[in-house]
Design a protein around this ligand. Structure first.
Ligand code: SF4
Ligand code: SF4
Ligand code: SF4
Length: 345
């Protein structure tokens, strides 16, 4: 009898539901979707070059252009108007901030494909080396690394905020911006980039997702909103048996065991700690009014909100690019894609 047929593990609705809403299942689904989007974008390029059939440009790839779209986003916040040429980038930022304010830094915990690659590496490390991975760095080094990330976040976002509105708005009209996502995807095939990815993957196998914890300014930016999240994990000290399972399960190394309410900026609402707590009602995700959110409901809310914002943008014509197809075509054929990139947009 196979394991799946064993009476010990019947395929009940609850089991299937819990499996489908597991963090890595949701994450890998988004990663698969992202890879498919990249393929579609390259097919769009082939069409523009007259080498293949027409494929609609996948706008969601805008998520990989943080600098360009954050510049545009801050220009909009400061009264520079909505980006009608590539609005998807702004919609993604608004969606990520909204989700962070409601469900912790859930973009990082459930959706971001870059983080999924590093988390998968960390998972591989645990499979290969068991309890020896990830290697825990000394506390002073961890604090220094996290401090570095927030200093970097402050520096990058202050710099973006200092861009004048007129400059930021004119930036949107640069043909370079319209093909920057294509350049970044093509850049993944660059040997230097591939080497860096392999290096970061190896580091993540040994030490966990180091990019996310110690470097990524985008995650640092959303952390600020995550601290104020209206829904969060709460622990009932009365019923807690101090088993420390929550702390051991937390990939973000949050001290859940000694928190009444988890406000740590590193918490991305992954729900791992809630799932492993052996005492019913002791550790739960709570919405305002003390409403309990089951761990399998949390990702449904996160993904549902993400899709609702996308749907709203699509319905109100704030998603698709306003750049005419013939302009995309002429830009792709202008030689811009072959020019050396001066830093990621
Ligand atoms: S920290 Fe950065 S790379 Fe990591 S999951 Fe968050 S946004 Fe993605
Ligand atoms: S395990 Fe708990 S405290 Fe740690 S990141 Fe996930 S939800 Fe937050
Ligand atoms: S897993 Fe639950 S019972 Fe155990 S220490 Fe954490 S909150 Fe307390």
């Amino acid at each position: 009898m196979s394991d799946s047929e064993s009476p010990k593990h019947p395929w009940t609705f609850a089991r299937v539901r819990d499996l489908l809403t597991r963090r890595m299942v949701v994450r890998w689904a988004f990663l698969g979707f992202f890879v498919w989007l990249c393929v579609r974008l390259l097919q769009f390029v082939s069409w523009a070059k007259g080498e293949g059939p027409y494929v609609p440009r996948p706008e969601a790839v805008a998520g990989i252009l943080p600098i360009g779209h954050f510049t545009s986003f801050f220009a909009w916040v400061r009264g520079g108007g909505w980006d009608t040429l590539l609005p998807a980038g702004l919609v993604i930022i608004i969606a990520a901030i909204t989700i962070s304010l409601l469900f912790k830094r859930a973009l990082c915990g459930w959706i971001c494909p870059v983080g999924t690659v590093w988390e998968s590496a960390a998972l591989l490390g645990r499979k290969l080396f068991g309890r020896f991975a990830p290697v825990r760095v000394p506390r002073w080094l961890d604090l220094t690394g996290r401090g570095f990330r927030y200093v970097l976040t402050a520096a990058v976002f202050s710099w973006l905020l200092l861009v004048s509105i007129s400059e930021a708005v004119s930036f949107r009209t640069l043909p370079y911006m319209w093909v920057a996502d294509i350049k970044i995807i093509q850049g993944f095939a660059n040997p230097v980039m591939l080497g860096l990815i392999v290096f970061a993957f190896g580091l993540s196998i040994a030490f966990g997702p180091v990019w996310c914890r110690y470097v990524c300014p985008v995650g640092g930016f959303y952390s600020i909103f995550g601290i104020a999240s209206v829904c969060t994990v709460k622990r009932d000290a009365e019923t807690c048996i101090d088993c420390a399972r929550c702390n051991r399960s937390c990939h973000a190394l949050v001290d859940v065991q000694h928190s009444a309410t988890v406000r740590a900026p590193e918490c991305d609402g992954c729900m791992d700690c809630v799932r492993v707590c052996p005492v019913e009602g002791c550790l739960e995700a709570k919405a305002p009014g003390g409403i309990t959110i089951q761990p399998w409901v949390w990702p449904l809310l996160v993904v549902g909100l993400w899709l609702a914002i996308y749907g709203g943008a699509k319905l109100t014509h704030n998603w698709n690019a306003g750049v005419p197809l013939d302009q995309f075509k002429s830009t792709i054929n202008s030689g811009l894609l072959e020019q050396k990139t001066r830093g990621g947009l």
